[in-house]
Ligand binder design. Sequence first.
Ligand SMILES: Nc1ncnc2c1ncn2[C@@H]1O[C@H](COP(=O)(O)OP(=O)(O)OP(=O)(O)O)[C@@H](O)[C@H]1O
Length: 262
Amino acid sequence: MFKSILHHSAASGDDCSKVCCTKIENFGVGFGETKLFSGVNLHVHCGQLTAVIGPNGAGKSTLLKAILGEVPHEGKLNYIDAKGKHTGHPVIGYVPQYLRFDVSAPASVMDIFMACLSGLPVWLCSSQKLRARVKEDLARVKAEHLIDRRLGALSGGELQRVLLALALDPMPDLLLLDEPVSGVDHNGLVLFYQILAELREKEDIAIILISHDLHLMAKHADQVVLMDHGVVTCGTPKEVFGNPRTQEIFGLITELPDEEAV
Ligand SMILES: Nc1ncnc2c1ncn2[C@@H]1O[C@H](COP(=O)(O)OP(=O)(O)OP(=O)(O)O)[C@@H](O)[C@H]1O
């Protein structure tokens, strides 16, 4: 169950050369008679962090679900390699906004990884074989020490890092993060963005992040997209935060965050 939430693997047999750019072309989603957004065009590059911001109900989460193919949509998704050729469907990692599960369940972090990585019920997996791989996965998100903790006993920030670790095995071409740091304290936020920076540098993956945390996001994002039932504006953090519409939605943002202060 977790794996299908967190990973959308390439269909077997696809010729999947490394994706360099994801082109979202003319995306539109409607529910019944109501159009939520239309005409969304975005280019998302590997090794870059694209942040999506906007007011509640703007359609941000729905855009990610449309990219995943979970919500019917208009428009096309094209995955392009470094030579400008179309690739097969890439591996997409996804960390959802909420994960509802029984917090009193006895399953540990290791149990969840075993079930996800092996595709078998926990009682049929060999933990010895997988433990080294799970430790490596958790080390990537600075959460090695959580391997034997009960999932329901994790803090919000710890749970999101564990879900991120799951979404990164196998390493996706495109990582979609839906408000992974909402409710996380400042130290947790700084740690999360540090992990994202390392991922971009070492793994060269493209990341789309929905966040309401404007300060740290502005410091780390290469591209910011302001959505409000469509793309209002898109550009560097400086360009988007200087846009009067951004200021109208989020209040006056007089300057970008001081790097020393974060
Ligand atoms: N399956 C659905 N059927 C009908 N309406 C839906 C469905 N999914 C989402 N919506 C509506 O679409 C609108 C946009 O929802 P979405 O979750 O994409 O917004 P969001 O920008 O991510 O908001 P938030 O910042 O509050 O998370 C909301 O009004 C929501 O109620």
